[in-house]
Design a protein around this ligand. Structure first.
Ligand code: HEC
Length: 277
């Protein structure tokens, strides 16, 4: 039955590749099947390990690094920040379901009251707004540490991003999908060119990792940054890499992209924070 469903949805996708009219569910099947076919030796769960899921040599180095994980300090700093009272005596726990513990997998979500995508970092800063505190900057520093702690308490939880039955939710999803597949920048490349169609090839010194599992482990400690950074910091980096003008962190565009990318990784476990070259 399942095979038949897969064949059917593949037939539909062949008929209208990447058109806006495939449903998110059809997109998801096509997307995940693509990587599983391309890397038949990688078990599904392992795509949460990014480029290391497809390259044994760099995986061994990475596993050594993870033994004394470079983000350990960020998790404990994040925990302290998370629990520290605001000037009014409240803390972050007061803004989140389950006091903010073990809930990373619920983000981003489409808020049907507001009609927009809410990411974890947006919710962290909105918690500050609600408590009369100044916002944190989006890319690194305290917001990344808090997000790292929240991800850490959610390790092993399965991503299950929903597209509610609301035309605005579908619109946000389609916008993110479009961003992923549309060519841009002076190099005229799309996210999909590097992370799907040329996945496993090299771009200069870098092996191009699969987009399946792209966001399971954010925020991420990158040696290239010498520190921890958020998802939107990474998006800005990849857009700059193809000499495209990056969008603003936490604007509508990148939130839509994060929504699409997270939905594509449904079924994988949260394993953040992570470390990457
Ligand atoms: C010219 C090729 C190229 C393009 C185009 C590109 N990237 Fe990347 N991206 C890379 C490389 C190289 C890395 C680091 C190796 C890896 O993890 O794939 C990377 C890493 C990432 C990561 C982190 C992966 C991890 O495991 O931590 C994310 C997320 C990402 N890219 C998203 C995007 C998105 C979204 C777009 C489109 C806006 C995009 N990339 C466009 C080359 C590219």
């Amino acid at each position: 039955m399942r095979t038949r469903l897969v064949i059917l949805s593949m037939a539909i996708l062949v008929a209208m590749p990447f058109s806006g009219s495939a449903s998110p569910r059809q997109d998801l099947e096509e997307f995940q099947n693509f990587y599983m076919k391309r890397f038949p030796d990688t078990p599904f769960e392992d795509f949460a390990n990014g480029v290391y899921s497809i390259d044994a040599a760099s995986r061994a180095q990475w596993q050594d690094i993870e033994e004394f994980a470079p983000y350990e300090l960020n998790i404990s700093d994040g925990e302290a920040l998370f629990n520290a009272p605001f000037a009014n005596g409240n803390n972050y726990a007061s803004c989140f379901e389950n006091d903010g513990i073990g809930i990373r997998q619920n983000y981003p979500f489409f808020d049907t009251d507001r009609g927009e995508v809410v990411t974890l970092e947006l919710a962290i800063n909105e918690c500050r707004d609600a408590n009369g505190e100044k916002r944190l900057s989006w890319g690194r520093g305290a917001i990344a540490d808090i997000s790292a702690y929240m991800a850490y308490t959610s390790r092993g939880k399965i991503i299950d991003v929903k597209i509610p039955d609301d035309p605005r939710a579908l619109e946000a999803y389609q916008r993110g999908k479009m961003h992923f597949y549309q060519k841009r920048g002076q190099l005229n490349m799309s996210c999909a060119d590097c992370h799907k169609f040329y996945v496993g090839n090299r771009a200069r010194a870098d092996l191009l990792g699969p987009a399946l599992g792209h966001l399971t482990h954010f925020p991420v400690y990158r040696s290239g940054w010498g520190g921890l950074g958020t998802t939107h910091r990474r998006y800005i980096g990849c857009d700059k890499g193809i000499r495209a003008k990056p969008f603003v962190a936490q604007g509508k565009e990148y939130r839509a992209l994060e929504y699409f990318q997270s939905y594509m990784s449904n079924g994988l476990a949260i394993n953040g924070p992570g470390s990457r070259k």
